[in-house]
Design a protein around this ligand. Structure first.
Ligand SMILES: Cc1cc2nc3c(=O)[nH]c(=O)nc-3n(C[C@H](O)[C@H](O)[C@H](O)COP(=O)(O)OP(=O)(O)OC[C@H]3O[C@@H](n4cnc5c(N)ncnc54)[C@H](O)[C@@H]3O)c2cc1C
Ligand SMILES: *[C@@H]1O[C@H](CO)[C@@H](O)[C@H](O)[C@H]1NC(C)=O
Ligand SMILES: *[C@@H]1O[C@H](CO)[C@@H](O)[C@H](O)[C@H]1NC(C)=O
Ligand SMILES: *[C@@H]1O[C@H](CO)[C@@H](O)[C@H](O)[C@H]1NC(C)=O
Ligand SMILES: *[C@@H]1O[C@H](CO)[C@@H](O)[C@H](O)[C@H]1NC(C)=O
Length: 395
């Protein structure tokens, strides 16, 4: 009976989906004709084969870097006829801004700090450069999907140095009671890593195999998750709530199982549990409060190609991104603390921002406002009436 119900709802979704597709197809043909639209991401620069860059091509001249990354906010530097404003210049804000710039949109990035980059910024003290966040990023092998995205956003200029094959070492004290200290090298080859773990913890060999096979299943299952992001929100919600997604993808079945729950169920050794959870610091919530799916996303990110470091340091990410924004007529300005969002009183829609500086208050308007300041910080910028209408909890 249950199976019958499932197959009926699958048919329904299939029929609704197909009819929706046909209706949209007919509408788009009527409006745009049969010709495919222009691909907004084909800017000429990436189509031209450029000479391969090397580490020697990184610009180390600090004043040249500052002229890109430390452009002070002034009224005269605000571009006219903006398409969008991005609050915050972290990797999230820069990604949104460069993506829009590649679609020929004019974007203004506003950063409250004195340098662009958020957690990707670096600073120099007594002749040494320090970074504040990034120490490795995965999946940057040339030709990989993530690398392709990074190349598009930085005009193909950002270079990546692979770390050693063994890119981390986990050392766990004798938590097993009377046991020994454990030390395992983490490698970008997940099969080799699983082998090393099974050698060190032979009693848990079956649990280790189950864990790595779950990683593979969640990797495959995540495709449906990313696919859902392309659907209209109500349709995506319907597919999730109806339980259909869970039928097809382990990703959705494991979402509500915490990493701790999973490890407690499948692994007996405490030191092995710690070893498998070692990188929880990368996303910042303890295993009891983290979905095993999030942890698998992170491990799958690093255990396939290992880690990579941006050549020239993390600030190279923003240093290569800002010119892409400028090429489309946009700007990335610092010392520009956004103090509030300007909203249309009737619609509640954000139509601009207010920048509060010691030399005065500036109002900048644009049809699209994107915030990379974080959820709670963004809520603080909203007028009370807009906040009440949103689903954001009050700060
Ligand atoms: C110590 C540490 C180590 C890390 N290591 C790694 C790693 O190895 N690999 C990895 O992939 N990730 C790592 N991360 C995580 C990664 O750095 C962050 O997830 C990512 O950089 C966050 O980007 P973001 O754009 O979301 O936010 P942020 O980088 O925080 O950017 C937000 C920006 O918004 C600005 N802002 C806020 N409010 C306003 C306002 N009102 N007006 C104007 N501007 C405003 C802030 O000044 C800031 O610049 C690490 C993080 C930390 C802290
Ligand atoms: C560094 O760059 C600045 C311009 O940004 C230039 O004037 C200066 O000559 C450069 N210094 C060196 C050593 O190349
Ligand atoms: C930017 O503004 C700060 C503070 O007003 C000032 O000290 C600095 O010299 C300015 N930078 C440039 C390049 O003008
Ligand atoms: C484990 O490592 C700690 C720190 O290095 C050391 O003090 C301790 O003696 C070691 N214990 C065993 C059993 O090797
Ligand atoms: C607010 O939005 C409404 C409806 O789109 C529009 O008619 C009105 O002009 C807007 N008000 C302002 C101040 O922009």
């Amino acid at each position: 009976m249950a199976l019958f119900g499932i197959s009926i709802s699958m048919w329904l979704v299939g029929v609704i989906g197909l009819s929706l597709y046909i209706v949209l197809y007919v509408i788009s043909i009527t409006i745009y004709g049969k010709k495919p639209g222009r691909n907004p991401f084909v800017l000429p620069s990436l189509l031209v084969k450029k000479p391969e860059r090397t580490a020697d091509d990184v610009i180390n001249n600090q004043s040249a870097r500052d002229s890109v990354l430390r452009q002070n906010f002034t009224g005269s530097r605000i571009p006219e006829r903006l398409d969008a404003i991005v609050i915050g210049s972290g990797i999230g804000g820069l990604t949104a801004a460069t993506l829009l710039a590649r679609a020929r949109k004019r974007v203004l990035v506003l950063e409250q700090h004195d340098v662009i980059g958020g957690c990707c910024h670096t600073f120099v003290d007594k002749g040494y450069e320090f970074d504040v966040g990034i120490h490795y990023i995965g999946e940057m092998r040339p030709g990989s999907f993530v690398r392709c995205l990074a190349d598009q956003l930085t005009d193909g200029k950002l270079m990546w140095q692979p770390l050693d094959v063994d890119f981390d070492r986990v050392i766990v004290g004798c938590v097993d009671g009377g046991g020994k200290n454990r030390s395992v090298l983490v490698t970008g080859d997940r099969k080799e890593f699983a082998k090393r773990l099974a050698q060190e913890w032979p009693d848990d060999a079956a649990g280790i195999e189950a864990f790595f096979s779950l990683l593979d299943r969640l990797k495959r299952g995540s495709k449906l998750y990313w696919g859902l992001k392309l659907l209209p929100l109500p349709l995506a919600r319907l597919l999730i709530k109806s339980g259909l997604c869970g039928l097809f993808s382990a990703y959705f079945r494991y979402l509500h199982i915490s990493l701790k729950q999973y490890l407690d169920q499948h692994i007996s050794s405490e030191s092995l549990k710690s070893t498998l959870a070692y990188c929880f610091g990368d996303y910042g919530t303890p295993p009891g409060e983290t979905s095993v799916v999030l942890h698998a996303l992170l491990l799958n990110h690093f255990l396939r190609q290992g880690g990579f470091y941006p050549i020239g340091g993390p600030s190279e990410i923003s240093f290569c991104s800002v010119p892409v924004i400028e090429k489309a007529g946009g700007r990335a300005l610092v010392r520009a603390p956004v103090s509030s969002m300007v909203c249309n009183e009737t619609t509640g829609r954000a139509v601009g921002v207010t920048v509060q500086r010691s030399d005065g208050e500036y109002t900048v308007l644009a049809p699209l406002i994107i915030s990379d300041a974080g959820l709670i910080n963004t809520a603080k910028l909203l007028p009370q009436t807009a906040l009440e209408k949103s689903r954001i909890p009050e700060p």
